[in-house]
Design a protein around this ligand. Structure first.
Ligand SMILES: *[C@@H]1O[C@H](CO)[C@@H](O)[C@H](O)[C@H]1NC(C)=O
Ligand SMILES: *[C@@H]1O[C@H](CO)[C@@H](O)[C@H](O)[C@H]1NC(C)=O
Ligand SMILES: *[C@@H]1O[C@H](CO)[C@@H](O)[C@H](O)[C@H]1NC(C)=O
Ligand SMILES: *[C@@H]1O[C@H](CO)[C@@H](O)[C@H](O)[C@H]1NC(C)=O
Length: 324
């Protein structure tokens, strides 16, 4: 009898080391991971810690779910070093230039469904260059909405060349400052003309190959989330920044919300692109394009609660007026 109980509890326990290691090996082959033996044991331990956290979260009553993904062998400290800003950026439009109309606004907006206005989700790789993807995404849409032409624009040019506008390549930067660079530097090349490498290199901008231009940079006053709604409803997707905390790297679906992230300009550490908004079961949310590849989240997108400056998402948002 006693043996039976022990056997039962063994086979029922999902936390058995053997089952976890098996899951890890499947995950490794799914994501093409290889380690030497020292690294293997370290990564296995981190993977198990992450998996326990994910299972615990999903067993609770939350508005979003977590799942294993390409980051599941990383601690949050490691993730932060590889993918987020290294220090706070000058995100603080005390008085922005955007002037809101009075609405009324549609209940649901999704620029992906309004026409050919949003490029597929890209992947920043191991480089804190999220701000360049937020920038290209926003300008790609601005130009597509104005001209009907959807270009794929160069992040690498911004990584390599936009330092004079307080941008720092793989260590961070701001979409508003990148729009200013494009404005004053006179143009941005295409993805094909200046391809992405996920590393900082020498600036190879060729003015004769510039394809997209910025006529005006418009900041939205900090914490004016209704101003962001006004822009997304009437004009364009919006570049925004917010604070990524440790649970966010495991996000898989649903409306992200947090009680631990901060909501001020000095704490935001990741830039993305709001392409729409809606409301589900009474909870308003943003539809946001990320730059961690199409396999992360909801086909590369996530939803985050709207109307509360969640994780500082209204701290520094902006958009450009673009032209060809
Ligand atoms: C789950 O959370 C929702 C929203 O907070 C709440 O309305 C609902 O009652 C909760 N359900 C359970 C089973 O606790
Ligand atoms: C913020 O702006 C100041 C003044 O222009 C500049 O010296 C500093 O490097 C900027 N900080 C960052 C992180 O870019
Ligand atoms: C927009 O805000 C950035 C800082 O985030 C600032 O450098 C820039 O000068 C502002 N641009 C305008 C047009 O106000
Ligand atoms: C940040 O959150 C705190 C606590 O919920 C709130 O009191 C404060 O108004 C928020 N600040 C901003 C700028 O959203």
């Amino acid at each position: 009898m006693k043996t039976l109980v022990v056997l039962l509890s063994l086979s029922l326990s999902s936390a058995s080391p053997h089952a976890d290691e098996h899951k890890f090996k499947i995950w490794m082959s799914q994501y093409n991971k290889q380690y030497d033996s020292v690294e293997y044991h370290h990564r296995l331990k981190t993977f198990i810690d992450n998996k326990e956290r994910i299972d615990q979260h999903n067993a609770g009553n939350h508005s979003f779910r977590m799942d294993l993904n390409q980051f599941s062998d990383l601690s949050f400290a490691e993730f932060k070093k590889l993918y987020l800003w290294k220090e706070p950026q000058n995100c603080s439009a005390t008085k922005g230039g955007h002037i809101s109309k009075n609405g009324p606004y549609p209940d649901f907006v999704d620029w992906r469904k309004n026409g050919n206005y949003v490029t597929p989700v890209k992947n920043q790789g191991s480089c804190g260059s999220c701000w360049t993807f937020s920038t290209t995404g926003c300008l790609e849409s601005a130009i597509a909405i104005a001209t009907g032409k959807l270009l794929f624009l160069s992040e690498q040019q911004l990584v390599d060349c936009a330092q004079n506008f307080n941008n720092h390549g793989c260590n961070g930067g701001l979409p508003s400052q990148a729009f200013e660079y494009i404005l004053y530097n006179k143009g941005l090349m295409t993805e094909n003309g200046y391809p992405y490498t996920a590393q900082e290199g020498k600036c190879k901008f060729r003015p004769d190959m510039a394809s997209a231009f910025v006529k005006e940079v418009i900041n939205i006053t900090k914490y004016d989330e209704m101003g962001m709604v006004d822009v997304v409803a009437r004009l364009n997707p919006v570049s925004l920044a917010y604070e990524v905390t440790s649970d966010f790297m495991h996000y898989s679906e649903g409306i992200y919300t947090s009680t631990i992230c901060h909501n001020t300009t000095d704490k935001v550490n990741h830039a993305v692109l709001a392409v729409g908004y809606g409301t589900k079961d009474g909870t308003p949310y943003w539809i946001v394009k990320n730059s961690w590849g199409p396999e992360w989240g909801i086909d590369g997108y996530f939803y985050i609660e709207r109307g509360k400056n969640m994780c500082g998402l209204a701290a520094c948002s902006s958009y450009p007026i673009g032209h060809l």
